[in-house]
Design a protein around this ligand. Structure first.
Ligand code: SF4
Length: 519
């Protein structure tokens, strides 16, 4: 393979232990080993093999030595059938201590799994056409899509087929299972940038171009976005891609990342560092070497950014059908609630549920005639479709409850603070708040209006305590701007008070309808 040649020509990589084991054995081969480890228990897994389980969507949760796993399940474009939801709910119930989390990439996560349970879980997932391959590891991760694909009055065209084609191309494809680092892609034709294009390694975004006198719909492509501890906004290539060329272009970009991406240092290995060094012109030139000539850019169809929020009841593009966007506080459900939603989706829609990258969900395909009855369902008292201004727009990463890298607790804290603010402050605009437990940014702190990043600090009594840095002003409107850090740090126990004072000041000083971002 090309990367083997690349590796042999780059002896510095020989110092990177991850790169060495990745060449000795492909990460996806862990699926062959799982039955053996499941039969022999956690203690039979050599420590140096722990990282390889990521290719099967498995991370050891905190503390690693206890032997409990987090499992992420791939959900391309966030679309789930009724059978898939019931299967996922039953896995969370039977094995996952009733925890079911929707992620910021439309996937779902279980916790508390043991290695002995994994074969049965994988078997159950396979029966309903689901996989964990590519959910974690140095590989193409879950592909983000427009949560309304195919039913969206605000989409240029239905992207489901293209997204599934790209997903199938990369799924279990060992030509692309040893990338320099994780690799995130989005494919959406929603005109409100529902897929957060600028923070993906590669994003396909809606555009038109007049070709031979005919207006064609397709994509513009951005490359090199990503968050983590060094956030970067993706750069647009001067290209127009017809939908039928998407797989070829995605494969070519991934090949460039595989063969030219940096492998010496893990923290410099994301595609964004290569794009930052090369620039969009050189990247385009290299891409065309693989694809042959492609048309230059046309007209972007993107108008603003909805941050992945679809709350309320709205008409679909199909006559007589509606979708309902519902708030799931910080993305966490229990299995009974998942089943309740599945049954609701079956009774009123076609059984489908769509996960949003705002950690919320959508019930699609509800006929006009059933809407009034649906609105009376008691589930909406707990999970409203017109949520309050703080909890409705709060996002949180996993945090110290399960994550080995976390410095602070996040999910319960974000929920408690947001629900308190909703009781205390009546605001005319929502405030998007994102909380993360460390600089890795899984909860997308950098694009929040108010970003809260966990740290440890010594308090006045010289005790090490949980604390937060506060960032303000993040957006992906008009190409995007990351939020900026305010001076100082706030002890976790004072965070609610500080946020309350900040928002009260905003409320008292702002103009009507003025948002926190514009303030
Ligand atoms: Fe863990 Fe940090 Fe990611 Fe939160 S942001 S899930 S604490 S790695």
């Amino acid at each position: 393979m090309v990367y083997e040649k690349f590796w042999s020509e780059n002896p510095l990589i020989a110092k990177n232990k991850t790169e060495i084991w990745k060449l000795e054995k492909d990460g996806l081969k862990i699926f062959d080993d799982i039955p053996h480890y499941a039969a022999n228990g956690f203690d039979s897994i050599p420590k140096e093999k722990w990282d390889m389980f990521k290719w099967a969507g498995l991370y050891l949760q905190r503390p690693k030595e206890a032997g409990y796993w987090m499992m992420r399940v791939v959900i391309p474009g966030g679309i789930l059938t009724y059978d898939q939801q019931i299967t996922l709910a039953n896995i969370a119930k039977d094995y996952g201590r009733d925890v079911y989390d929707i992620t910021t990439r439309q996937a779902i996560q279980f916790h508390w799994l043991t290695i002995e349970q994994v074969p049965d879980i994988l078997n159950r997932l396979e029966k309903v056409g689901m996989t964990t391959a590519g959910a974690c590891g140095d590989i193409t991760r879950n592909i983000i899509g427009n949560a309304l694909a195919g039913i969206d009055p605000d989409e240029l065209f239905d992207t489901r087929e293209v997204l599934y084609d790209v997903f199938e191309y990369f799924r279990l494809n060992e030509d692309y299972s040893n990338l320099p680092r994780k690799y995130k892609m989005s494919i959406s034709a929603n005109i409100h940038n529902a897929s957060n294009a600028e923070i993906n390694c590669v994003s396909f975004n809606p555009a038109t171009k007049v070709m031979d006198g005919v207006t064609e719909v397709g994509f513009h492509v951005k490359v090199g976005g990503g968050l983590s501890s060094v956030p970067m906004l993706a750069e647009e290539l001067d290209l127009f891609i017809l939908p039928e060329k998407t797989v070829e272009v995605a494969a070519a970009i991934t090949t460039i990342f595989r063969d030219f991406g940096y492998r010496e240092k893990r923290h410099r290995s994301r595609l964004k560092f290569l794009v930052a060094d090369w620039g969009p012109e050189q990247f385009k030139e290299k891409l065309l070497e693989y694809t042959g000539p492609l048309p230059d850019k046309g007209e972007s169809a993107v108008k603003g950014w909805n941050a992945g929020y679809f709350y309320g009841i709205h008409k679909q593009k199909q006559d007589g059908l509606n979708y309902v966007g519902v708030n799931i506080p910080v993305g966490r459900l229990n299995p009974d609630e998942v089943i309740e939603f599945a049954e609701l989706a079956k009774k009123y829609g076609n059984g489908e549920i769509r996960n949003c990258n705002s950690q919320n969900l959508i019930i699609p395909n509800v006929p006009d005639a059933k809407l009034e009855e649906l609105k009376q369902e008691s589930i909406f008292e707990r999970f409203p479709y017109q949520p309050k201004k703080f909890i409705g727009y709060s996002v949180s990463c996993t945090g110290i409850e399960y994550c080995n890298l976390a410095l602070v607790e996040t999910k319960n804290r974000m929920r408690t603070i947001s629900e308190s603010l909703d009781k205390e402050i009546d605001l005319d605009v929502p405030v998007r708040m994102h909380m993360v437990g460390c600089p890795n940014n899984c909860g997308q702190r950098a694009i929040a209006e108010i970003g809260l990043q966990g740290i440890k600090m010594k308090n006045q009594d010289k005790k090490m305590v949980e604390a937060f840095e506060i960032y303000v002003g993040g957006t992906l409107n008009e190409g995007g701007k990351f939020n900026e850090k305010l001076k100082g740090k706030v002890e976790a126990e004072k965070l609610h008070h500080v946020l309350k004072e900040m928002i009260l000041f905003f409320k008292e000083t702002k103009l009507q309808s003025e948002t926190f971002l514009d303030f």
